[in-house]
Design a protein around this ligand. Structure first.
Ligand code: SF4
Length: 354
């Protein structure tokens, strides 16, 4: 009953999105990976870029990591891009380039979790498996006035159970898309459009006038502050960059030489840091100037970034052999974080004014 109303509403009101006009699991998978934690408007151009460049999972599997990172640049959560490539290669190597058809097989692949496995198996193969994302949990928490937090492990199990119970077993793919769309367009996080909602007469939160109390969430820790100092060393139209290798958000991206400090420092303080001295081959006299400072917000970190221009009468050489000297004109070929991109924009503006 509930599902039927949501499906009928969906048929009349759904947005026309390219991955909804296909049963190809590769396209569905690409869209789901891109759309995790990304709004549709922001994700759409990336989806088009990926399917234009990599038309099949085989083509994607043949790509090199840096090219995929470059195409992904700006979407954030860069480990999703690396995992996507690993998954593509697994499908080519172990499944003859054909996506597995069942949830149980799909979930064995790297980078495919319960949500993505349910989406592919139900959208592409009509397997009866509920997809539970943030939209779906929010809608269910309101319809049934569920006080269990949607981000607790008990809550996640509970919402998955309810979503599967109310799923239209004959049209699971359609039902999943419909409830997700209801969450995106009507039962929005703030100011849901209850007057336009097809299930308002069955919605407990609406009937009790307590929509604003749902969903319940466990509060996450406050983001930690980081103070990162970047060094722009321009010599004969080249600069030093380095590819981040540690397992963290910017793994695989390129960035300027840098190190963290406990607080924001000025030029004098920065050149007296041991990390600064350890970067160079021998003690040299530098001219240093802080040129650009910016606060950059990530989910778990607030980054206070300071960019310093560094020059010397002699050629500056860095000790770590992982640093690469690249032509400034080639920097756009490298995948960089949004933070680095902001600095590059600043540089462009600055040099255009000269
Ligand atoms: Fe969400 Fe309001 Fe519809 Fe309930 S009536 S499901 S709160 S939009």
């Amino acid at each position: 009953m509930l599902s039927k109303e949501i499906i009928n509403w969906y048929k009349k009101n759904k947005r026309d999105l390219p991955w909804r006009n296909t049963n190809d699991p590769y396209f569905i998978w690409l869209s789901e990976i891109i759309l995790q934690q990304t709004r549709v408007e922001q994700g759409l151009p990336y989806y088009h870029k990926f399917i234009a460049k990599y038309k099949t999972v085989k083509k994607l599997a043949e790509a090199n990591n840096d090219d995929v990172m470059k195409l992904w640049q700006g979407l954030g959560y860069y480990n999703r891009a690396s995992n996507m490539l690993k998954t593509a290669r697994e499908i080519v190597e172990n499944y003859q380039s054909v996506f597995p058809k069942t949830y149980e097989e799909l979930i064995k692949l790297t980078g495919i979790g319960p949500y993505t496995a349910a989406a592919i198996s139900s959208f592409a193969y009509n397997e009866s498996r509920a997809v539970v994302d943030g939209n779906v949990s929010r809608v269910l928490s309101r319809i049934f006035a569920i006080e269990e937090p949607i981000n607790s492990s008990k809550g996640k199990n509970l919402f998955e159970k309810i979503a599967n119970e109310i799923l239209d077993k004959k049209n699971p793919g359609l039902n999943n898309q419909a409830i997700m769309e209801l969450g995106a367009l009507v039962c929005k996080p703030r100011q849901p459009l209850c007057d336009n909602c097809p299930v308002r007469l069955n919605c407990e939160a609406f009937k009790k006038n307590s929509v604003q109390d749902f969903p319940q969430k466990i509060k996450k820790n406050k983001p930690r502050n980081r103070f990162v100092n970047y060094f722009y060393i321009e010599q004969n139209n080249t600069i030093y960059i380095i590819q981040r290798t540690e397992k963290q958000i910017w793994k695989g991206l390129f960035e300027l030489p840098n190190f963290d400090t406990e607080s924001s420092l000025n030029e004098f303080e920065i050149i007296n840091q041991i990390d600064f001295k350890n970067m160079f081959q021998k003690s040299e006299t530098f001219q240093i100037k802080k040129t650009f400072s910016i606060k950059h917000q990530l989910t778990h970190q607030t980054i206070y970034a300071n960019f310093f221009n560094l020059s010397s009468s002699k050629k500056i050489k860095l000790i770590n052999e992982s640093y690469m000297l690249v032509d400034i004109g080639d920097i756009n070929k490298y995948a960089v974080s949004r933070l680095f991109d902001k600095f590059l924009n600043y540089l462009n503006l600055h040099s255009n004014k000269k």
